[in-house]
Design a protein around this ligand. Structure first.
Ligand SMILES: CCC=CCC/C=C/CC(=O)SCCNC(=O)CCNC(=O)[C@H](O)C(C)(C)COP(=O)(O)OP(=O)(O)OC[C@H]1O[C@@H](n2cnc3c(N)ncnc32)[C@H](O)[C@@H]1OP(=O)(O)O
Length: 306
């Protein structure tokens, strides 16, 4: 059955024999089981996603591209519940082998304000563990997805918002917003997977500068350093540009594409897979430092006073 899947969206069709050889080579190279490998195979069916109030998934039947819209007002603060909804949506997309996904937001001026500060301030360890583990899951699923991904950044994307965008393969942003990883400004140490996504997007030197300074870039400056790929005047255009990016893969073998993506990102993914508990422990001990808690508390107050 594995070998009979037909790549209907491309003009590229591997014969059964070629697929057998390819399957063997790929699974040997990455020590994968066929069950895992099947997830990389071409997109053949589309679905309508069950409604979740926090994440809306809209699959275009014709193009096979899903628009995944975060919908947690007012600023798409990334809470445990939002991460759970995203994790589930990513599973559904993977299982239904869509041709590509575009991540965007229903908030008019904010893509995502990053981690919900209420999860970070005076946290309960049990809930925070679930929160952090689901956050890791979302990154592993988004960064390591078999389908191509793009972000239509229709508003501000500080911290975790930027992080979601750089876990995708392509970014189109609307003008006059801010994007960047400002964690150090909150006294928070960027975790291993955030550093990996940043290094995969901009040069190592820019990543170091951006992370240590906690810089928030304007849309124009983000383009200059390669943090985003294009600017589009408003959201609909940003989605269109993302669709154009994803459409380029129509003429590329989806097996070759996803294998290549996976092999380029494998090291980063394994790095987190191998230290998930340690990553949590490091973040937790940093987070509960009284000075960090005070900084987060003061920051939340300053946002409310605005
Ligand atoms: C640690 C390294 C880590 C891991 C991976 C990535 C993790 C990063 C850590 C984080 O993500 S920490 C979160 C960092 N986020 C920020 O610094 C952004 C803070 N927010 C803003 O700068 C602004 O809100 C905005 C530019 C995103 C939007 O501005 P505006 O449209 O003017 O809205 P308001 O500022 O009035 O906010 C409306 C409302 O929402 C509350 N809020 C804003 N951000 C957050 C948030 N991250 N978590 C929870 N709540 C947030 C804000 O307090 C307002 O609440 P009201 O009750 O006053 O309506």
């Amino acid at each position: 059955m594995l070998l009979t899947l037909f790549e209907s969206h491309t003009h590229f069709f591997l014969s059964m024999f070629q697929k057998m050889i390819l399957t063997k080579i790929i699974s040997n190279t990455l020590s994968l089981h066929k069950k895992q490998l099947i997830e990389w195979l071409p997109a053949v069916r589309y679905f309508s996603s069950p409604t979740n109030p926090l994440v809306n998934v809209d699959v275009n039947d014709k193009s096979g591209i899903a628009v995944v819209t975060m919908n947690r007002k007012p600023v798409n603060g990334l809470s445990l519940e939002l991460f759970e909804a995203m994790s589930k949506a990513l599973d559904d997309l993977e299982n239904n082998r869509i041709r590509g996904a575009i991540l965007t937001s229903s908030c008019p001026t904010v893509f995502s304000a990053g981690l919900d500060l209420n999860e970070l301030y005076q946290p309960d360890k049990k809930r925070f563990k679930a929160f952090w583990t689901t956050f890791q899951d979302v990154w592993l699923k988004l960064y390591g997805s078999s389908f191509p991904t793009a972000a239509a950044i229709n508003g501000h994307a500080p911290a975790g918002g930027c992080f979601l965008a750089i876990s995708c393969e392509y970014r189109v942003m609307c003008p006059d917003y801010k994007i960047g990883l400002n964690e150090t400004r909150l006294g928070i140490i960027a975790p291993i997977f955030l550093r990996a996504s940043m290094r995969n997007t901009v040069s190592n030197r820019e990543a170091e500068k951006a992370l240590t300074l906690g810089t928030l870039y304007s849309t124009e400056d983000a383009l200059k350093i390669g943090l985003i790929d294009e600017i589009a005047i408003y959201k609909v255009k940003a989605i269109e540009r993302c669709e154009n990016f994803l459409a380029q893969f129509n003429n590329v073998s989806s097996i070759a594409r996803s294998f290549t993506k996976r092999s380029l990102r494998q090291k980063d993914l394994e790095e987190l897979e191998n230290c998930r508990e340690e990553d949590f422990n490091i973040f937790w001990s940093n987070l509960i430092e009284p000075s960090v808690q005070k900084q987060i508390g003061d920051y939340m107050q300053s946002l409310k006073k605005k």
